[in-house]
Design a protein around this ligand. Structure first.
Ligand code: HEM
Length: 477
């Protein structure tokens, strides 16, 4: 029998006082000297290729890029292991790290130890309570109603992702910052809203492959310059919003008024203007792109499922008596079937893609050792389609999965579209309310006619989104 020392690919590790042999993590074929696993991933679709790789390698594997190792997990049980905030913390992978160019104290990109993150987090959290959500509801309704009126006059197929970006950005700006980019009722408020294009350009630059980043100093100079100009323009826009912010007299501050008028309850200090500006940009980008992607996926899936749309309309009839334009704040939470549709959409297409964690100490993950500080990427496509949890039809769209059955409680890590722990999404309730409300209005007003030639292709611009989806809408009235 060979000794432990002669076994290939093994290391010894001490875990919970037991000494055990742990195999080295598997990885993809074709690793290049120096460069590592660059050929294993489609650089334009890293999240989808990581999920694909897990089909051949297994739910846990490593990718190496130069000296850096990244552990990828694709299963619900493994995702469970990285939940604890006392043992794991947020890590910042390439696209999120690059978004620091917009402002380093933004909630998404700042480190948890950064005092600015703590201060902004504490000041903003009350902006997402039920009371605050109640204030955003009429604003959301106004914006969506404007879109419905414009679509009602439009006979051409619509650019779904473009219009969803417009509607969610406008909701974020009006509800969060008392600012309006456009009245969506106007014919000109179509898919080419300049600020949406500006943000998409910045996201495109942030999600460019590492291999292209190497060219920044040479042929990538022009792109870098354009990105700097885009970032400067967005920062100017955020400054304008701050300048235009008026004091809250009604005792119902929006997010911007809250940041301008409230001190950090812990330090009693107000937020610095630069910190406020970083949050405005963070919320404009994080608060619209993800919701827009989810709405776009939902409309794509629903356009092929008239049976589901029919049930959604029956539910709206029951709750509102047949007029969704009167949908009140409390009624949105009662649209339970529609909420299941949204949950299922986010299961199949978790628009954030995934998130990075790192252990605070050397630790065990799925029988392998992960060293303190090493990056672990939780690939949500893999986790949310884990057949051990979701069944052999995990790739199918079935909102019934989310009917609550206490006897079949899933493990906590199995469904995490909004992230984990302390650094999970602060805008979760905002997003769910806005998405359910928007879908209720759209599905009640229009029949969705899919382009039967369209095959779903998913772009990755930091977040996931259907590419080139167009759809014809038929007014039901
Ligand atoms: C369907 C829509 C959304 C999804 C799927 C989503 C998902 C996520 C995820 C996974 C994270 C954690 C990222 C990480 O760990 O690196 C996150 C963080 C965050 N999200 Fe969302 N999000 C959505 C909508 C929103 C909205 C509407 C807002 C604002 C109103 C928002 C604001 C934020 C912020 C500020 C953070 C950073 C929180 C922190 O670390 O302090 N998100 N989101």
């Amino acid at each position: 029998m060979p000794s432990k020392m002669s076994l290939p690919c093994t290391t010894l590790t001490e875990i919970e006082g037991r000494c055990r042999v742990v195999s080295e993590l598997p990885g993809p074929w074709g690793r290049l000297p120096m460069l590592g696993d660059v050929l294993a991933l489609n650089p334009r679709k890293p999240v989808q290729s990581m999920a694909k790789l897990s089909e051949s390698i297994g739910p846990i594997y490593e990718l190496r890029f130069g000296p850096k190792r990244m552990v990828i997990i694709n299963g619900a049980e493994l995702a469970d292991t990285v939940q604890s905030d006392s043992q794991w913390e947020k890590a910042f992978g390439p696209p999120i790290r690059r978004l620091r160019m917009l402002g380093s104290s933004g909630l998404i990109v700042a480190s948890t130890n950064d005092p600015q993150w703590g201060a902004a987090h504490r000041v903003l959290m009350p902006g997402f309570t039920r009371e605050s959500m109640r204030l955003y509801h009429p604003v959301m309704t106004d914006v969506v109603s404007e879109l419905i009126r414009r679509w009602g006059r439009c006979s051409d197929p619509i650019d779904v992702a473009g219009d969803m970006n417009t509607v969610t950005l406008e909701i974020m700006a009006r509800a969060g910052f008392g600012y309006s980019f456009a009245n969506l009722d106007e014919p000109s408020a179509g898919t080419n809203m300049p600020v949406v294009n500006l943000m998409l350009d910045v996201l495109r630059y942030a999600s460019r492959p590492v291999s292209i980043e190497l060219l920044d100093a040479t042929i990538g100079r022009a792109a870098r310059r354009r990105n700097q100009l885009n970032v400067a323009e967005l920062q100017r826009l955020a400054e304008d919003m701050i300048d235009e912010c008026r004091p809250d007299v009604a005792g119902a501050p929006d997010l911007l008024q809250r940041m301008m008028e409230t001190s950090d309850p812990e330090t009693r200090q107000p937020l610095a203007r630069s910190v406020v500006r970083d949050q405005v940009l963070t919320f404009l980008i994080a608060g619209h792109e993800t919701s827009a992607g989810t709405l776009t996926f939902a409309l794509h899936l629903l356009s092929h499922r008239p049976d589901v749309v029919k049930r959604v309309r029956q539910e709206i009839d029951t709750i509102t008596g047949g007029d969704p334009t009167t949908l009140a704040y409390e009624q949105v939470a009662k649209l339970r079937y529609l909420r299941r549709v949204v949950d299922e959409t986010l299961r199949l297409w978790p628009v954030a893609g995934g998130f990075f964690r790192r252990p605070k100490q050397d630790t065990e993950l799925g029988g392998y050792t992960v060293r303190r500080g090493e990056w672990v990427y939780v690939n949500l496509i893999g986790v949310h389609r884990d057949k051990h949890i979701w069944g052999s039809d995990a790739d199918q769209f079935d909102p019934e999965r989310f009917v609550r059955d206490p006897s079949q409680e899933r493990q906590p890590g199995a469904y995490k579209p909004f992230g984990i722990g302390l650094r999970s999404c602060i805008g979760r309730q905002f997003a769910l309310h806005e998405i359910v409300l928007t879908l209720a209005h759209i599905l009640y007003a229009f029949d969705l006619e899919p382009d039967l030639k369209y095959r779903l292709a998913v772009d990755e611009l930091v977040t996931l989104k259907p590419a080139g989806l167009r759809m014809r809408l038929r007014s039901r009235s």
